[in-house]
Ligand binder design. Structure first.
Ligand SMILES: Cc1ncc(COP(=O)(O)O)c(C=O)c1O
Length: 416
């Protein structure tokens, strides 16, 4: 990318981890032009439109066999909130109206609207709004580097996953609607991959108490982690999957949820889903989504993310060896992060007021590298940056990213 002074940037975080197919793809420009000559808008209660139907058909074909229904929205927060409301209406229709508790994790980010924010645990985004956000229970994320129980995997016996059962029992299983979780944590902790057996415990617990498992794949979907959807790494059988970001790769606003027949049939059986947005299933957005999905699959971008992700991770690990302020390199595919620490042995974070995540981001920007800064201790302290370039990245560009990051780290060391 180039700014208005002509300075060149390598975007190593795909905007907000969204531009999976990269910028300026002519196939998308053509798809937009073609669709613009057909229909810009058709209201969903009056007409179906071809791009929406085609995209849903292709999404179903690429998804787990039980995920055969699609509901469109225009972004990630709307997708997460639609998942919550679909669950809630399902239980309401079935006469299980006591089920309205949603359990999620801390830290986490699921969106900025009031419902999705109620699932989120990231203090700076919550504090101003606490009186108007519903309080839902949270369990600790599997953040082994900073284990909430001060234990080590596997000796811990996955205490963080087992906390789900404890929380369900505390709430009363008859009151719990769903557990909401990102398969691989994106922004709030920084590319956190759970231990291999984490999701089998989660899945078993959800099944045991008959609660829904909602996967938030807003950041992880569409090839980002090396598979088209991150749930494919562990064959997680989610009841609902929330999608957005890479779905249109930034070329148009679009989101959606995918779910199973039984949920939709129950809700549609008595008057339909009491929820929806005017722009849902917009033909322009769906035409873009369809072409983006074709680019991802035809150009094997999930596979490229897996391969280039390994190379980039190796480059970041090399930086870890050379810079004592890198506490951990983590992630999968092209969703990677480095956590920065004051003391690598004790894992002590930098003082929050030093804002080291922003310092590194600013120095990287001066070096013409865009990365994504966040704080990993519930948004209050701890520093990490996401390194998540578009999935079209090639070997030379990976080396360029590592070089620029190297130069940025050198500058940070001088300033600390
Ligand atoms: C995991 C996750 N869920 C939900 C959202 C919210 O998406 P949006 O910003 O499109 O509303 C985000 C955005 O970063 C996200 O990363």
């Amino acid at each position: 990318m180039w700014d208005d002074t002509g300075k060149e940037y390598v975007d190593a975080c795909s905007g907000a981890v969204i531009c999976n197919i990269g910028y300026g793809n002519p196939r998308i420009a053509n798809a937009i032009a073609e669709q613009a000559r057909e229909t810009f808008f058709a209201y969903r209660t009056q007409f179906e439109n071809e791009p929406a139907v085609r995209l849903a058909t292709e999404l179903v074909a690429y998804s787990a066999p039980h995920l055969n229904r699609v509901f469109y929205v225009s972004g990630g927060s709307e997708a997460v909130e639609s998942a919550m409301k679909l669950c809630r209406q399902y239980y309401y229709n079935k006469g299980e109206g006591s089920r309205y508790v949603f359990i999620s994790r801390t830290p986490s980010y699921h969106g900025s609207t009031l419902g999705s924010l109620a699932l989120t645990s990231y203090a700076p985004l919550e504090i101003p709004f606490r009186p108007i956000i519903r309080t839902y229970p949270k369990i600790p994320a599997p953040y082994c580097y900073r284990c909430a129980y001060h234990r080590e995997y596997p000796e811990c016996d996955l205490a963080c996953a087992r906390a789900l059962e404890k929380t369900i029992l505390e709430q009363g299983p008859e009151n719990v609607a769903a557990f909401v979780v990102e398969p691989i944590v994106g922004a709030s902790i920084g590319a956190l991959v759970p231990p291999e057996d984490y999701f089998s415990v989660i899945q078993e617990t959800c099944r045991k108490y008959g609660i829904f498992l909602i996967l938030d794949e807003v950041m992880t979907g569409f090839g980002r982690t090396g598979k088209l959807f991150a749930y494919k790494h562990w064959d997680i059988e989610a009841d609902i999957v929330a999608l957005s970001k890479g779905m249109t790769s930034g070329y148009y606003p679009l989101g959606g949820i995918m779910t199973r027949n039984s949920l939709v049939d129950e809700v549609m059986g008595s008057g339909g889903f009491a929820h929806g947005h005017t722009y849902a299933g917009n033909p322009m957005a769906c035409a873009v989504g369809l072409e983006v999905l074709r680019v991802i699959t035809e150009e094997h971008l999930s596979e490229n993310a897996a391969g280039m992700g390994r190379l980039l991770k190796a480059g970041l690990k090399d930086l870890e060896e050379r810079y004592g302020i890198i506490g951990q390199v983590r992630g999968k595919g092209l969703l990677l992060a480095i956590e920065l620490v004051k003391d690598r042995d004790t894992r002590e974070p930098f003082p929050a007021e030093k804002d080291v995540n922003l310092l590194l981001t600013d120095e990287a920007c001066d070096e013409g590298l865009i990365i994504y800064p966040r704080r990993c201790i519930n948004g209050l302290s701890g520093d990490h940056v996401l390194v998540a370039p578009p999935l079209i990245v090639n070997e030379d560009q990976v080396y360029e990213i590592v070089d620029r990051l190297d130069r940025a780290l050198k500058r940070v060391m001088k300033k600390l």
